[in-house]
Design a protein around this ligand. Sequence first.
Ligand SMILES: [Zn+2]
Length: 351
Amino acid sequence: MPHGQINFYLSGTEMPKQPSKIIDIHTHFEGAIDLNALAEILYNKFRKGLVKSEELEQKFQNKFQHHLAKDLIAIYLKSPASQQSTCLNKIASHLKKRTVLNKPAKDLRDFISHIPTAFIRWTCTSTTELEYLITQTLAQFPPTHSYLEMQFSPFALKTENLTLEKVIEAFYKVSEDHKYKNFVKFAICLRREKGDLNSQNLAKLTQILRHSGISQKSIKIDIAGEESNYPLSNFTGEIRKLIDSGYELSFHIGETTDRDLGFALETFPEVKHYNHGIKILDHPELIKTARERNIHFATSPLSNYYSGAATKTEAKSLPVRFAKAGLIYSINSDDPVLLDRDLLASYSFAN
Ligand SMILES: [Zn+2]
């Protein structure tokens, strides 16, 4: 993370209403994807007869994505072959209708179920398709953005066809492109509740990274997932190993519980990037430590409101409270596909 650049407008006591250059260091690929590109890949699959309705039952345990896939197949089957572009538009708008939240989700679990991860996995079965989706997703960020740190979950995206190795390669191939080289840094998201951090998976991951030829400097690892039921202390050894192997880390922490904040600050002083971290605001003594350690809080008030992690009033006041606490913070998009696609919406939402 280019700390200097970020500090340029994010520390200090006042939030800029319209920053001239936007840095987004907390946005998830799965929650930011270009739905039009996804529709296009899907449509081409329909045309080649690669999508079979019967497979749906097995593919989607998640009810939401199951219905979505069923609806899209119906749209395709009803469209005459002569109306390709109309069909494509219909698929894209249906994807949007189902994914974008018009009101806050019931809870974090409900919020996460709208992220079309299983759908991406089902649609992108080759590296070419995945690379196309990544490229188009990056292209959505307007020129006002000068730097992006995008998290992706290789363990959630991998399939039989697209192995862990291929998924990782696809992301780093795109980031090596001269167009994106200084613009994007991809962070590997490891989910607490899914076993991504178990020793077998970590060994596999680090082996792939070592043999990939990707420079360690361009790799970041984000510890994410369900923090309420999976304390960070469950993974102390694994996290320590990653840090000692020279990987830069970030934590999804302090979004729904304050339990891990003190532990993280004491045990892993090397980790400077906390995603959300909003629960720290209730703890003056932790604020003091975070300030001394130069922790950067990559907040996303709009996402906190839509996920139910904060009330509207609380969420709106978050940036002001971070500023008053003297903490380094930024405003980020998190899962823009579920909210409003424009990051500036997060700025105008906040007080
Ligand atoms: Zn996040």
